[in-house]
Design a protein around this ligand. Structure first.
Ligand SMILES: Cc1cc2nc3c(=O)[nH]c(=O)nc-3n(C[C@H](O)[C@H](O)[C@H](O)COP(=O)(O)O)c2cc1C
Length: 159
């Protein structure tokens, strides 16, 4: 089957007076997962205060249609298609879509993949964009749980 991988980056558009980053990512992921699984699209995305980066993989026509729909979403602007390549295998076969925000404690990842102290996708190769996206999402998933308000473990008695 011929598969396509698309990598793009874009500018986030957010209300400056409220930082609803986590909510925005959760909303986007919920809609993305529901739609992508129907179309066999997999991938990953990251964001910080200013940028989104997303990798989409799947059948060519499906990925192209999804990209065009996403490009029209008012939550971002200035979309740059960094790469569109036929692939033999998916990089993210298990994620209908996974996403994470780049957090301050991930600065070592940013330095390593961006070769810079600041995250600027316009200065990165597509390959490094995919590598950084995978590294950030994986780091997010592997971080220890924070016990606190709203976390399921917080309501359980400590041994
Ligand atoms: C950064 C970003 C990434 C998105 N990624 C996806 C995605 O992977 N799949 C998807 O179906 N929608 C994605 N969306 C949401 C779509 O733009 C759109 O809102 C959603 O698919 C619902 O479309 P509809 O209102 O035409 O049904 C993304 C939106 C943004 C801002």
């Amino acid at each position: 089957m011929s598969l396509l991988r698309v990598v793009y980056y874009s500018r986030r558009r957010v209300d400056q007076d409220q930082d609803a980053s986590a909510d925005q990512m959760a909303d986007i992921l919920a809609a993305s997962i529901a739609k992508n699984r129907l179309r066999g699209i997999t991938g990953a995305m990251i964001m910080d205060r200013r940028w989104f980066v997303q990798v989409l993989e799947g059948r060519s026509a499906d990925v192209t249609a999804a990209y065009e729909r996403i490009a029209g979403d008012p939550r971002h602007s200035d979309i740059v298609l960094a790469d569109s390549t036929p692939i033999d295998e998916r990089r993210f076969p298990y994620w209908w879509m996974a996403g994470a925000a780049i957090e301050p404690q991930m600065s070592d990842l940013v330095r390593r993949w961006c070769e810079d102290t600041e995250f600027d996708p316009s200065r990165m190769t597509p390959r490094r964009l995919v590598d950084l996206t995978e590294a950030v999402v994986t780091a997010y998933m592997e971080r220890p749980p924070v016990l606190g308000h709203g976390h399921p473990e917080a309501s359980q008695p400590h041994a």
